[in-house]
Write a protein that binds this ligand. Structure first.
Ligand code: SAH
Length: 393
């Protein structure tokens, strides 16, 4: 196996079992590792630190797979996948949903591998060249560990460029229909696995949809960035008086309407708006519209720290408008899924928004990604989703 030697003092993170080694930490590479192939990692004192996958093109040059001397083969992958399944068992029994994230990459000690389960189908996203290199073994290990034959790959993500990988989608095994139906929180949702955002559904908001629904009974609710209607369907199921859903994607709103119908909710007091949220919120403010609950679940405005400043302005803007659209005693449920934005900064942005809206608000609840999107103690970067439930006076 090829070898990577770290610079003096640059082994601290690996010793703490952090899975990333940046190119700047590497002193020398022995041999000529192919993109995605395995390397043994050594400290500057030549002490063995573990085995990782070499990413020739990425700033994250090595992603650690193990900190022990062990064979990386089908058995290794099967064991790691089985551990991920065991980690989720008690949570799955608690919620009884038919879709969840089965493998959350670095947090499940499989850097760059995402696997979402939808009924008896797995949808895989491959984000690192190491996982790509071992795709065949990993597919086989998934089948063995889960007993599921139907596997679809959705690696149609431009971040793969950073790893020197092309975008790719297609069936890896078995039969996968384009559209399926799942149940979540006792509600029915159509999921398009083949041609949709993410792997078809925002599974990371699963528990938050449930928590948010508690605030919607007999309320007038505005759900902005609604996608296929997640928060709106829960609100309807929890007897909201009126629900307005906004998304810029026609397909998302079409699907949201179908999901609404599928759950046999009345069409009365439901409004679907296909529009840019920034414009739609301004228009509603100008019309002096008011709601009891405003939900803001925007896309990732800051994928990395470099985008934070511009993203902060966008978050501030929508949250300010959100506060303005609330009745006294109203609830703002606001999220950020930007990994590059810290919890503290997000809270400050929401605080600034309240101040500028002339609102006094308190935090009732703090939310994060669901337990099937865990955060490893060795990899705090795995935390990306944050939410605040605020009450405005
Ligand atoms: N809350 C949803 C997930 C939201 S994902 C759920 O629970 O499933 C973010 C959504 O924002 C996507 O559906 C995307 O189409 C939409 N979106 C992105 N930019 C937008 C914009 N400028 N205005 C309105 N919607 C936008």
């Amino acid at each position: 196996m090829n070898k990577v030697f770290l610079k003096p003092g640059k082994d601290k993170a690996v010793i703490r079992h952090h899975p990333w080694i940046f190119s700047g930490a590497i002193n020398s590479v022995e041999g000529n590792p192919a993109n995605g192939s395995l390397v043994e990692v050594y400290g500057s004192d030549k002490a063995f630190l573990g085995i990782g996958a070499y990413s020739q093109y990425s700033q994250i040059r090595v992603r650690m797979w193990t900190f022990e001397k062990e064979e990386i083969n089908l058995d290794f992958f099967q064991k790691r996948i089985s551990l991920a399944i065991i980690r989720r068992q008690s949570v799955q029994e608690m919620y009884q949903d038919s879709a969840w994230r089965l493998i959350h990459a670095e947090s499940d000690q499989l850097p760059g591998l995402i696997v979402d389960q939808y009924n008896d189908i797995l949808v895989v996203q491959i984000l690192s060249s190491g996982i790509e290199y071992y795709k065949r073994e990993i597919t086989e290990a998934l089948i063995r560990a889960t007993g599921i034959q139907n596997i679809y790959e959705r690696s149609d993500l431009d971040v793969r460029k950073l790893e020197g990988l092309e975008e790719h989608s297609g069936v890896l095994s078995g039969i996968v229909p384009a559209e399926i139906e799942i149940t979540e929180g006792g509600f029915r949702f159509i999921v398009n696995l083949v041609n949709s955002q993410k792997t078809g559904f925002y599974l990371d908001q699963r528990i938050n949809r449930r928590i948010s629904a508690n605030y919607c009974k007999n309320k007038e609710v505005l759900n902005v960035f609604s996608f296929s209607g997640g928060f709106s369907i829960y609100a309807a199921g929890f007897s909201a008086k009126k629900i307005v859903s906004v998304d810029s994607s026609q397909e998302a709103i079409d699907l949201a309407k179908r999901n609404h119908g599928l759950n046999k909710f009345s069409e009365e007091n439901n409004e679907w708006i296909i529009a840019d949220a920034f414009k739609a919120l301004r228009k509603m403010r100008d019309q002096d519209r008011k709601f009891d609950v405003v939900i803001l679940d925007p896309p990732k405005f800051a994928p990395t720290v470099a985008h934070v400043e511009k993203a902060a302005r966008a978050y501030k803007d929508i949250n300010l408008l959100g506060f303005k659209l609330l009745n006294p005693g109203g609830i703002l449920i606001t999220f950020s899924c930007s990994g590059g934005l810290s919890d503290a900064l997000f809270q400050k942005i929401v605080a600034d928004a309240a101040l500028d809206a002339g609102a006094y608000a308190i935090i009732l609840e703090k939310l994060s990604q669901g337990p099937d999107h865990p955060v490893s103690l060795n990899f705090p970067e795995g935390a990306y989703l944050k939410g605040l439930i605020c009450l405005k006076n």
